[in-house]
Design a binder for this molecule. Structure first.
Ligand SMILES: Cc1cc2nc3c(=O)[nH]c(=O)nc-3n(C[C@H](O)[C@H](O)[C@H](O)COP(=O)(O)O)c2cc1C
Length: 192
């Protein structure tokens, strides 16, 4: 029963990372095995959409994507964490989501779509602006993607961002992130 946190901020010690750590603590306290990947630590190239893989059975991109895909496929629940950048997900997150296409369209041996199906998926985001509605495209991007992948959406926590440490000062947000982590663990347990 494994919960994977996907940290999609460029700042390793920013608010996104802080809230993801809180959620992963909630998941660990509820008995899950947890792991966090920091997307900035991996080299994931932009999608070429060249479909060369269909001819030669191998991607033109030689990068860290297969390692990240393995981690996603191992986990029962994904907790995506992204800052709101330009009213949507960060580039780090978007590049990874785009590259899912390589596994949806090809690599039959990995059975990506079949194995992603039914996993739990939760979202944590932070933004500097006050109006929560300004995060709607970020949330929509994730929710439609989870629906496409036939994953179970477990919830969304939006916290305050800006300078480092801002989100952790907001008790209600911290509580909600922790509870989301616990919920992720409960869902992971229910899949066994
Ligand atoms: C490239 C960039 C784009 C941003 N766009 C938005 C935005 O559209 N709306 C918003 O409320 N905040 C925006 N912000 C502010 C970030 O969401 C905020 O600083 C957040 O705390 C960053 O996440 P971090 O603390 O994990 O680094 C942006 C920041 C950057 C660097």
């Amino acid at each position: 029963m494994k919960v994977l946190g996907i940290m999609g901020s460029s700042r390793r010690d920013g608010n996104t990372n802080d809230l993801l750590d809180v959620a992963l603590k909630g998941a660990a306290d509820a008995g899950a095995q947890v792991e966090k990947i920091v997307l900035a630590d991996y080299r994931i190239n932009h999608i070429a959409d060249c479909k060369v893989c269909r001819q030669r059975g191998k991607c033109v991109n030689e990068d860290d994507l297969p390692t990240v895909i393995d981690k996603l496929l191992e986990a029962d629940v994904h907790i995506w964490a992204s800052p709101v950048y330009w009213y949507t997900v960060s580039g780090l997150v978007k590049v990874l989501l785009d590259r899912f296409f390589c596994y949806i369209a090809w690599h039959p041996e990995v059975r990506f779509s079949e194995r992603m199906k039914g996993k739990g998926a939760a979202v944590i985001a932070v933004q500097e602006e006050q109006d929560p509605d300004r995060a709607r495209h970020l949330l929509g991007c994730f929710q439609w993607s989870f629906e496409f992948l036939e994953q179970e959406f477990l919830g969304f926590v939006l916290g305050p961002g800006g300078s480092r440490g801002t989100a952790l000062k907001d008790e209600e947000t911290v509580k909600r992130a922790y509870e989301l982590g616990r919920k992720a663990a409960d869902f992971a347990r229910s899949r066994k």
